[in-house]
Design a protein around this ligand. Structure first.
Ligand SMILES: Nc1ncnc2c1ncn2[C@@H]1O[C@H](COP(=O)(O)OP(=O)(O)OP(=O)(O)O)[C@@H](O)[C@H]1O
Length: 360
């Protein structure tokens, strides 16, 4: 059996919040990432999706150990890298590269494109000056830019072209894993598809593995093999692409899907996107963290934390009612529940009452 290239096990990243001018006192903890686990297989694309502040970028940085986890284990190619030394990590980082969201701020304006793309090779001591020069031109061709672009500066390029330069830089040291941190969010919609297609072509050609961070499900539909949906620092649903889009089991995933623009008008739902603000990770709600915004929430959801459990092979969801949420259920303007779900909830309530009397 193939082993995962990257594995996160119960990873947490907590930030203490301090107050006070002279004597600082800890007044709380931001639970940026709170018990995240997943495996990423070689050649696979796992998308991590969620609203702003849900912990996607922190997860991406933890995966590469650009920041230290508070607890949990990170394995790369079977090796526990949670406590790897700086030197070990330096060596490993040649294998794992990152593409950033903002192609404007992630390229040094004082460097030529050649210097930018060659930088990881210089850092990791790959080749000599002449071979790096050739490699930069080869990489430019790979990302559909012209070799003469090597002597230019980032400001001479459009957003899409700059992102191509960022991709060439990531590819320069032949990594196996690339963390794509919202690589198309800052680009025009017309350009987004080109960059996504380029990433897919490169993956096919070089057998790359992607951890693809995005705030919307529409973007990752064509690039991902599996999708993990995050809410307030936790994964609430994870499944292969087909299951997640056709048969979402978590009300939050359904809400995200409904919020995503659907090009086919016959498939558009009447469901409105989620109301209410995202609660703070400083003081997350009790029980199911989503209960404050979930139109399906019941009493149990306020107190009992739902486990991320397997609903069907390879499909896990953290909702007490994941099995009974009909796949076509859509919240209608935030009111009312689908009649079938209502029936099942009533059944569950009867069972619960019966159980309570048996155990009384
Ligand atoms: N260094 C830090 N100190 C304190 N809190 C932090 C720090 N970094 C992130 N956070 C908090 O952790 C939470 C998750 O942040 P993160 O950037 O991972 O979210 P995100 O889903 O990537 O959001 P975005 O799409 O806006 O980048 C947020 O509430 C954020 O304010």
């Amino acid at each position: 059996m193939t082993k995962p290239l990257l594995e996160l096990e119960d990873i947490r990243k907590l930030y203490p919040v301090k107050k006070g001018l002279i004597i600082q006192k800890e007044v709380g903890t931001v639970r940026a990432v709170d018990g995240v686990s997943f495996q990423l297989m070689p050649g696979e694309t796992l998308a991590v999706v969620g609203e702003s502040g849900c912990g996607k970028s922190t997860t991406a940085r933890l995966a590469m150990r650009l920041i230290e986890p508070t607890s949990g284990t990170i394995r790369y190619d079977g090796q526990d890298i949670t406590k790897a030394t700086r030197q070990d990590m330096r060596r490993l980082r040649r294998d794992m590269q990152i593409i950033f969201q903002d192609p404007y701020s992630s390229l040094n304006p004082r460097m030529t494109v050649e210097e930018i793309i060659a930088e990881p090779m210089v850092v990791h001591n790959v080749g000599d000056r002449a071979s790096r020069r050739d490699r930069v031109r080869e990489l430019l061709r790979l990302v559909d830019l012209a070799p003469y672009h090597a002597d230019r500066y980032p400001h001479e390029f459009s957003g899409g072209q700059r992102q191509r330069i960022g991709i060439a830089r990531a590819l320069s040291v032949s990594p196996r894993l690339i963390v794509c941190d919202e690589p198309v969010s800052a680009l025009d919609v017309s350009i987004q598809a080109q960059i996504v297609n380029l990433l897919k072509d490169l993956q096919k050609e070089f057998g790359l593995t992607y951890l693809f961070i995005s705030h919307g499900l529409a973007v990752v539909k064509h690039v991902s093999d599996r999708v993990a949906v995050m809410y307030l620092g936790q994964i609430v649903e994870i499944a292969d692409k087909k299951n997640l889009y056709d048969n979402p089991r978590h009300p939050y995933t359904q809400a995200l899907l409904a919020a995503a623009p659907e090009p086919d008008p016959s498939r558009r739902t009447a469901m409105k996107s989620l109301g209410g603000d995202l609660p703070s990770p400083l003081n997350p709600p009790s029980g199911c963290r989503f209960h404050t915004r979930c139109p399906l929430a019941q009493e149990r959801c306020r107190s009992e934390v739902p486990a991320l459990r397997e609903i069907e092979p390879g499909h896990r969801a953290a909702c007490h009612f994941a099995e009974s949420v009909p796949s076509f259920t859509r919240f209608r303007n935030g009111e009312g529940i689908h009649p079938r779900l209502q029936e099942r909830l009533a059944l569950y309530a009867r069972h619960k009452a019966a159980l309570a009397s048996v155990n009384a």
